[in-house]
Write a protein that binds this ligand. Structure first.
Ligand code: ADP
Ligand code: MG
Length: 721
């Protein structure tokens, strides 16, 4: 069939059958609260099913992060097996987050043959707590060469096991860490857990200084808002670039994009709502409640936000959300795009990392609160965050780097690569006064003296929002907006936890020694907070972070502007970073080196695949279409104006051929050796050539007969539903 027929027929079939999707619940969604968490081996199911002693011991392990008592593993496994089989599970899998950026699973069947042609259903304690996947097929960035080839997975009881359903059954999923035999982290979860311990240790020190005797544990909380695109699968199937790279490498600007701003919070298309309802139902079964859903700024772009949870759980749940977004989209005839910039010239997708610090007795340490005491403590913690972002903004930026997020950051819609903090009017005013020492005059506010007078109320939903800031205080949490939509949120959270742990450590040291030196507590806190704000207020910015002025101003203030991933890669394992990682036991030197290798290679491979895909599409789809049209035009052109058309077409075709040749040649000339050198080459040579090739193809799209054009256009991709 010729291209034209395929494309047109697809469009016609979408128009005729926009709700091709599965109707999952025949118009009535089941009672969500009745099924909430029923596919999750959570505390309530553990209490109900486990013998009391075993339950207590497991809970103790979870609460204290102590080692699991091997004596209870057998019982837990047996109970878990029965529970899973009731839910239709036939297999179990250890589920982990290797450095591929996604999750990994290998299913093992519960059924084991025994003598006499029979079988038994079996799941042992040792299968629950440890697995040995072959580590050699996962990125290890050199750790493999230095150490043992094998790695192992170990159950992390703080993240409950769950049931993942598919059309014909289900699987018992056991969240695990993934480490080498020598204990080096080969995954994203292990460093996150370590960073949470570091944060906990120093936050507890601070709480103790503030006289808190009740809180035993402190953890960071995360609520990660997820943006994504949904396009019709039938059209996606006609875009090899989209299928292979997750983004459109070509596509002329559509007549209508998002300029009318009519999509944001617009009514959700029925077919999409059908998809969302099923997705949320599946998530609720797993105990992952989605709080909000809405249309985003770009056409065909949507967002969901789950309730916040302890960071390790939130990041596991985030990975499940991404997995289910993809599989359930397919059931509804959609292709879900989690790439940060699937369409040029149209808003990209992020994952806002809402982050805070919380105690086990439910106190949010970044909530201003109502009493002077709580306020003083709040200001102490908020100042520690300010200091962390100022001192380690470069690491924060590094923690969200990657080839795909580079297209989004600083692209006039997403936060720039410069890390600054937006505090909001009320809090900024307080900080300003504190920076002036013993605060004196203010237009609106009384002088502030920490611990003595009350803070003015800081509204949790204060109207002043700054959407352009990468790091904003939003009433009782910070929102880190530079995280990319496809990224594992564990990575940015690990950095955030670590740098704030460092700040709290420093400030706790200072406070302790001031008190030892005989200073009154409130005075010591006040002086330390004032001084810290003065030293770090350069990172506060409430203007438009997308503007050129800010770039210039940030430079004056000495804030780093790490524009591309290549600028960030050296930071991963530079000696200063390693010293910090080691001090807070987040990464060892060899782990940092391995991560440098992995992220560099990932960057190179991503762009390499894009270049190969672009060459394939340009050479075998675009060029033939353009040459075909040229034949028609050559016969048809009879006037000078028509001849001009032919000349334009000829020029574009020649340019295309030249650029294809150039890109091929550049790919063969890739420098070998040092990964950073290769990555730089891909950034400075391959990407710009890819960009010029794109411009030519997009010009051709506007010249060539639509009947002959092989790729679904932006209009078709974004508006067919
Ligand atoms: P807003 O509407 O002000 O942006 P929401 O209350 O809707 O904020 O929250 C947005 C996201 O922030 C949600 O995912 C929510 O769960 C998360 N969130 C709220 N409070 C916290 C907190 N204390 N820690 C981490 N995330 C939080
Ligand atoms: Mg938000």
């Amino acid at each position: 069939m010729s291209t034209i027929n395929v494309r047109r027929k697809t469009l016609v079939s979408i128009a005729a059958d926009p709700n091709s999707s599965a109707v999952s619940f025949a118009g009535k969604t089941p009672d969500l609260s009745a099924v909430y968490g029923t596919n999750c081996f959570n505390e309530s199911i553990q209490r109900e099913r486990l013998p009391e002693k075993v339950f207590e011991s497991l809970q103790e392990t979870i609460r204290s992060s102590k080692q699991l008592d091997a004596g209870i593993a057998e019982t837990v496994a047996k109970v878990m097996l029965d529970w899973a089989i009731e839910r239709g599970a036939t297999h179990f899998t250890h589920w982990f987050q290797p450095m591929t950026g996604s999750t990994a699973e290998k299913h093992d069947c519960f059924v084991t043959p025994v003598n006499g042609g029979k079988s038994v259903t079996r799941f042992s304690g040792s299968e629950l707590i440890r697995g040995e996947p072959d580590a050699s097929s996962f990125p290890s960035g050199g750790l493999r060469a230095t150490f043992e080839a094998r790695g192992y997975t170990a159950w992390d009881p703080s993240s409950p096991a769950f049931i993942l359903r598919h059309k014909n059954g289900s699987t018992l999923v056991i969240p695990t860490i993934f480490v080498s035999w020598t204990g080096e982290a080969l995954d994203m979860r292990t460093p996150l857990l370590r960073s949470m311990s570091a944060l906990e240790k120093h936050a507890l020190r601070v709480l103790k200084l503030f006289g808190n005797k009740d809180s035993k544990r402190v953890f960071s909380t995360v609520g990660a808002e997820q943006e994504y695109f949904l396009i019709d699968r039938r059209l996606a199937a006609l875009r090899p670039d989209l299928l292979v790279t997750g983004r459109t490498l070509f596509g002329a600007k559509p007549p209508k994009g998002q300029e009318l701003e009519d999509n944001y919070f617009g009514s959700i298309p029925e077919r999409v709502l059908g998809f969302m309802t099923e997705l949320e139902y599946e998530l609720v079964l797993l105990g992952i409640p989605v709080r909000t859903r809405h249309n985003e700024v770009a056409p065909a772009q949507f967002e969901l936000a789950p309730f916040f949870e302890p960071a390790n759980l939130a990041s596991d749940h985030q990975m499940i959300i991404m997995q289910l977004l993809r599989t359930i989209a397919t059931r509804h005839g959609f292709h879900c795009l989690l790439h940060e910039k699937p369409f040029a010239g149209i808003n990209g997708s992020g994952k806002h990392n809402n982050w805070s610090i919380m105690t086990d007795d439910g106190e949010n340490l970044l909530d201003p609160g109502d009493t002077p005491h709580v306020n003083a403590q709040f200001l102490f913690f908020a100042t520690a965050v300010l200091r962390a972002v100022h001192l380690h903004g470069d690491l924060l930026r590094m923690g969200v780097s990657g080839a795909s997020n580079d297209h989004r950051l600083g692209a006039n819609e997403a936060p720039p690569a410069i890390m600054s903090i937006f505090l909001g009017g009320a809090l900024e005013d307080v900080f300003k006064q504190l920076a002036q020492g013993s605060a004196t005059s203010s237009k609106k506010l009384l002088p502030i003296e920490i611990g003595v007078s009350n803070l003015p109320p800081i509204s949790r939903h204060s109207a002043d929002r700054n959407r352009t800031s990468p790091f904003a205080f939003t009433g009782n949490k910070f929102e880190f907006r530079a995280v990319g939509s496809s990224q594992n949120v564990a990575r940015s959270t690990t950095i955030l936890n670590m740098i704030v742990a460092e700040s709290l450590d420093y400030m706790a040291d200072r406070l302790e020694s001031a008190i030892k030196g005989g200073k009154e507590f409130n005075t010591a806190v006040h002086e330390l907070v004032s001084e810290t704000i003065r030293q770090h207020e350069a990172v506060i910015y409430s203007g438009n972070c997308y503007s050129e002025e800010w770039k210039a101003e940030a430079k004056k203030r000495g804030l780093p502007n790490l524009i591309t991933t290549v600028d960030c890669l050296p930071l991963i394992n530079d000696p200063k970073s390693i010293a910090l990682y080691e001090k807070y036991n987040v990464f060892s030197k060899s782990e940092a080196d391995s991560r440098h290798e992995i992220y560099s290679e990932n960057y190179i491979k991503t762009i390499h695949i894009e270049a190969e895909s672009a060459l394939e599409v340009a050479g075998t789809m675009i060029l033939p279409a353009a040459l075909n049209y040229k034949k028609t035009l050559r016969t048809a052109a009879t006037t000078p104006a028509q001849e001009v058309l032919l000349t334009d077409l000829n020029n574009a075709i020649d340019t295309l051929i030249e650029q294809v040749r150039k890109l091929k040649k550049e790919l063969t000339e890739t420098p070998e050796g040092e990964v950073l050198k290769t990555a730089t080459y891909y950034c400075k040579s391959i990407l710009p050539t890819l960009q010029s090739l794109r411009a030519t193809v997009d010009t051709l799209e506007e010249l060539v007969d639509d009947d002959l054009w092989p790729l679904p256009t932006y209009t078709e991709l974004l508006f067919s539903r």
